[in-house]
Design a protein around this ligand. Structure first.
Ligand code: PA5
Length: 465
């Protein structure tokens, strides 16, 4: 399986190669001892049960539960729809897009061998209503996912759906629902208990953005026919690779340290994940949440105001070469780039062999699309790095469950370690909670009257023309 290990190439993060905007090996070496301490801190968080994502690859009981549930229900429904947002949706979207056919829902059922999969992660009224126009709700299984069980968006979607289901299916409506939420807490868990709805649980020590390998992502994967055992094996493999306090040998710790130093010492406060695979593009979306919510913090653990965090940006190769690369090579040198690249694509196509009189076409003769695609990736890496802009590569030998599992674990560990470097709590999200509270206040939820007054006071000061 060694040949199926994803690789981390940090050549073009090094000052030795890109000049003064890079980080020298000496600067990295300064963190060798600290890395040991941070590794110990993370180990303690893991062993004490404070942080739970490390244990997800080993949950064999959950795999059995998911398999059983999927087997029983897969053929009963035309559609499987996730209602959720943030960490309760982004990983699921990325899993489907990276591990299934690019146009999965358009394939005939006999080829799909499972229901169509939709992940409704917004409450834009037109979007929700238009979506409802396209499905037969009686033939749809809704997976409501919310760790807290109280997120306004998911609650609203749930209420819309339950209202329609009740009208169409009367007292049989619960057959079309499965709820994924905290084991004991929250109103969704109460709904599960009151109505005896099928449910899966999210461990209380796993936050939304670290939950893709829990029931949150595994149930959707199961319905899509993704090999969840291999996904977890990949994650377990990366966990073992990263189970060392030797900074130089630990890809998660090393990439975190480079990013931290680039941000704090070289003013690279934007981190662009540039995917050279359509199928990996949604992992850049997942990364945006993971990196932004975990590291974007007002105060450090000592209570000092630091306003930490790099702004994560997603981009797609080659499409964004014709949109963003001008800025990336010549605009402000305030970014670090992470290329996601693939050595062997699952499908490929050769261009026909020909020789004609058109120099714009002739050089393409006989080449594969993958050759052109990866040549453009290398050319972009060259263009960016030769302008002294730091970039690294995460190289997938090929995309499958095993390598995607590795990628997930690599970035989760990297994020946890970056939290140590910034000395912040990477596992809370007070800023997200603040937005949730303001929403409750605006919609008149009981107990939020003071916040409502404050928001309306501020509204009076609005300036517009
Ligand atoms: O990472 C997080 O904790 C958040 O972004 C949540 O995923 C998001 O707010 C949705 O929360 P919940 O799953 O509780 O509905």
């Amino acid at each position: 399986m060694k040949s199926l290990q994803i690789k981390y190439d940090y050549t073009n993060l090094l000052a030795e190669n890109i000049g003064k905007h890079g980080i020298s090996m000496n600067e990295i070496n300064n963190y060798l001892e600290l890395a040991k301490t941070y590794h110990q801190n993370l180990l303690e968080d893991r062993e004490s049960g404070k942080v739970g994502f490390y244990e997800l690859p080993f949950n064999k009981i959950l795999v059995e539960q998911v398999d059983k549930y999927v087997k029983k229900n897969k053929d009963k429904f035309e559609n499987f729809v996730v209602l959720g947002i943030g960490g309760s949706a982004l990983g699921n979207i990325a899993l489907i897009n990276s591990l299934k056919h690019s146009f999965y829902n358009l394939l005939p059922r006999r080829i799909r061998r499972g229901p169509r999969i939709f992940i409704l992660d917004n409450i834009d009224p037109e979007y929700v209503c238009n979506f409802l126009d396209t499905i037969d709700i009686k033939k749809t299984l809704f997976n409501v996912i919310s760790k807290s069980g109280s997120t306004a968006e998911t609650a609203a979607q749930f209420l819309v759906i339950i209202d329609i289901l009740k009208r169409k299916l009367k007292n049989k409506f619960i057959r079309n629902l499965v709820i994924t939420t905290d084991k004991n807490n929250g109103d969704l868990r109460r709904v599960v208990n009151d109505y005896k709805i099928n449910s899966f649980m999210i461990p209380s020590n796993i936050g939304g953005r670290f939950s893709v390998l829990s029931s949150v992502g595994l149930l959707t994967s199961g319905f899509a026919g993704i090999k969840i055992k291999n996904l977890l094996k990949g994650a377990e493999h990366m966990l073992s690779v990263c189970n060392t306090d030797n900074l130089i040998e630990n890809p998660a710790y090393l990439n975190a340290t480079f990013h931290y130093l680039l941000d704090t010492k070289k003013k690279k406060n934007i981190s662009v994940m540039l995917s050279y695979a359509n199928s990996l593009y949604y992992w850049a979306d997942w990364y945006r949440q993971l990196w932004a919510e975990s590291l974007g913090k007002n105060k450090n653990k000592n209570g000092e105001q630091i306003n930490a965090g790099q702004t994560p940006v997603k981009a797609l190769g080659v499409t964004d070469q014709h949109s963003q690369v001008q800025l990336y090579t010549e605009g402000p040198n305030d970014k670090v780039f992470s290329f996601l690249t693939v050595e062997k694509f699952r499908k490929d196509r050769s261009l026909p062999k020909f020789k004609g009189k058109y120099s714009s076409f002739d050089y393409l003769s006989g080449h594969k699309l993958s050759e052109l695609f990866n040549a453009e990736m290398k050319a972009t890496e060259y263009a960016i790095s030769s302008k002294g802009r730091p970039c690294c590569k995460i190289i997938f030998p090929k995309i499958n469950e095993y390598t995607i599992g590795q990628f997930i674990m690599l970035y989760e560990i990297q994020t946890a370690f970056a939290g140590e470097l910034y000395n912040i709590d990477a596992f809370n999200q007070p800023g997200v909670e603040a937005g949730k509270i303001a929403t409750y206040a605006l919609l008149g939820r009981e107990g939020y009257i003071e916040k409502t007054k404050d928001i309306f006071e501020k509204e009076k000061e609005r300036k517009m023309i």
